[in-house]
Design a binder for this molecule. Structure first.
Ligand code: NAI
Ligand code: MG
Length: 497
């Protein structure tokens, strides 16, 4: 069964079949230590499978396999590599339902609103990058008429990618699709909470890619991610996760003088002016806060500044929209909102809700907890909208990574722009207004990597994605991200005299 790569309909059986494996050099293999750890369904608390517990020995095997494979992979014509990556996208699209079910089971994200959508975007990312092979162009430089001077783009080598659990398929695709097309090979370290679906993706892709090009390890951060960053043959690290771990990874990369891309946290502002189309802004808050993903998003619009003239109406409308959402079994098509990922994260979010109440905020709990007894151990949490909360209260300032939005009332545009920019983060920002001058002014002044007016799109292929300030270093998802972060430029001079 583990080697059956036709689409599967039963995520429970698939989780079992994938259990206890890394994928190294084209093979599903056990951890060198023989150890595994539990993978838990957060909707019931039941163990659904096991993940191989990787350590430095597994990293060694995987990186050596990737280094070996890179020699031939980088010599394939770029369009040929792209074609194989496109083929991966086509094949993964056929697995969208299967992958959606498995990721829903593993992470508690609702199948219809989140998990199946993510599986579709995963495939799309491969299809997009697969077409970019011939864009790996260099330049000719007018240095000296007697010297032919050109630059060429070369792959960096073996890429180590460390990914989180919130949108593991998409976040992984944004790293490995461009890395592979550019001629690198990759070793991915999955997140402890979501190791199985990404392993399945790797398995499917290994039917198409030569062995060793894409390797997958599961394991704990310091024991498996640490050795990956430290491995002498890893030439580049791409990390998505917390600021705290991002700093650890960046320090380790600095010791080795290798480049690192960091996509870290956020506390993204959304500004609603008094002339905004309120219903549109309400929908923007629903998408922006990722209420259907329990707010577990680095771009979550978790600081919502609403002009005092429309504040109460806005809050009432957002509340009504979230109240109407169905919380329940993530695998049920009727469900809008699933569960929090883990007990630790559940406690962390609850801690922020308590801290917000202590700081004098009004906590409006929305939607209803599921009544099904089968879900009584599930990590379901009512989304909370805070009003009347000060800007320095912990939930107003810190990244919560949960379904908690803070809504602030404002009167003065200048003051609200300053307030929006006080955050240590700078990932995304939106402004909602019908006034062109206000919109243009805000797009220039908001400190964020991604600013939108009157809409709140999520990551899209070929729109550079990445933050400023503590939100990270470098961009992902675009052609530029492939060129800047997964290649280096070599200058070549041919003296013709
Ligand atoms: P984390 O940043 O610790 O984990 C992300 C990845 O890094 C995982 O694969 C983990 O195993 C790995 N890792 C952890 N320690 C490492 C180390 N020393 N060396 C190398 N790799 C290491 O995030 P975690 O623990 O899952 O969540 C903590 C908080 O981080 C959350 O509450 C949330 O606020 C934030 N977070 C932000 C994300 C984002 O996309 N910006 C994603 C996930 C979490
Ligand atoms: Mg951690």
């Amino acid at each position: 069964m583990p080697l059956d790569t036709t689409p599967q309909t039963d995520p429970f059986a698939l989780a079992q079949a994938l259990s206890g494996h890394h994928l190294i050099d084209g093979q599903l293999v056990a951890a060198a230590s023989g150890r595994t750890f539990d993978v838990v369904n957060p909707a019931t608390g039941a163990v659904i499978g096991q993940a191989a517990e990787g350590n430095a020995d597994d990293v060694e095997r995987a990186v050596q396999a990737a280094a070996h494979a890179q020699t031939a992979w980088k010599r394939l014509p770029a369009r040929q590599r792209g074609k194989l990556v496109t083929e991966c996208g086509t094949r993964l699209a056929q697995h969208a339902d299967e992958l959606g079910r498995l990721i829903a089971l593993e992470t508690g994200k609702a199948l219809r609103t989140e998990s199946r959508v993510e599986a579709g975007v995963l495939a799309d990312m491969f299809l997009f990058f697969g077409g970019l092979g011939s864009e790996l162009k260099g330049e000719s430089v007018p240095f000296n008429p007697d010297m032919m001077t050109v630059t060429v783009r070369e792959p960096v080598g073996v890429v180590g990618a460390i990914i989180p659990w919130n949108v593991p398929l998409l976040l992984m695709a944004m790293k490995i699709a461009p890395a592979l097309v550019a001629g690198n090979t990759v070793v991915v370290k999955s997140a402890e909470e979501a190791p199985l679906t990404v392993l399945r993706v790797c398995q499917i892709m290994n039917e198409i890619l030569p062995p060793g090009c894409f390797n997958m390890l599961s394991g704990f951060g310091p024991d498996c991610g640490g050795p990956l960053v430290a491995h002498p043959k890893v030439a580049k690290v791409s990390f998505t996760g917390s600021v705290e771990t991002g700093r650890i990874v960046a320090r380790a990369a600095a010791d080795r003088l290798i480049p690192v891309t960091l996509e870290l946290g956020g506390k993204s502002p959304m500004i609603v002016m008094d002339d905004a189309d309120l219903d549109r802004a309400v929908e923007g808050a629903i998408t922006g806060m990722r209420f259907t993903r329990q707010g577990q998003s680095c771009t979550a619009s978790s600081r919502i500044y609403v002009h005092e003239a429309v504040h109460d109406a806005f809050v009432a409308k957002v509340r009504a929209r979230v109240d109407a959402m169905v919380m329940g079994d993530p695998l049920d098509e009727a469900t809008d909102i699933g569960t929090i990922i883990s007990p630790q994260q559940f406690e962390k979010v609850q801690g922020y809700i308590e801290a917000g109440k202590k700081a004098g905020g009004t906590a409006i709990a929305c939607s209803r907890l599921p009544q099904d007894p089968a879900l009584k151990k599930g990590l379901f949490l009512q989304p909370v909208i805070f009003t009347d909360i000060g800007p320095d209260a912990p939930p107003a300032k810190e990244e919560i990574f949960g379904p908690v939005a803070c809504v602030f009332k404002f009167r003065d545009y200048e003051a609200v722009i300053d307030e929006a920019n006080t955050s240590e983060y700078g990932l995304a920002a939106t402004i909602w207004t019908r006034d062109l001058r206000t919109a243009m002014n805000a797009t220039q002044r908001l400190e964020a990597g991604f600013v939108q007016v009157n809409q709140n799109l999520v990551v899209q292929p070929n729109l550079s994605y990445g933050g400023v300030k503590a939100s990270g270093l470098g961009k992902e998802a675009s052609l530029e991200s492939m060129l800047e972060h997964f290649t280096h430029k070599k200058t070549i001079i041919i003296n013709m005299t």
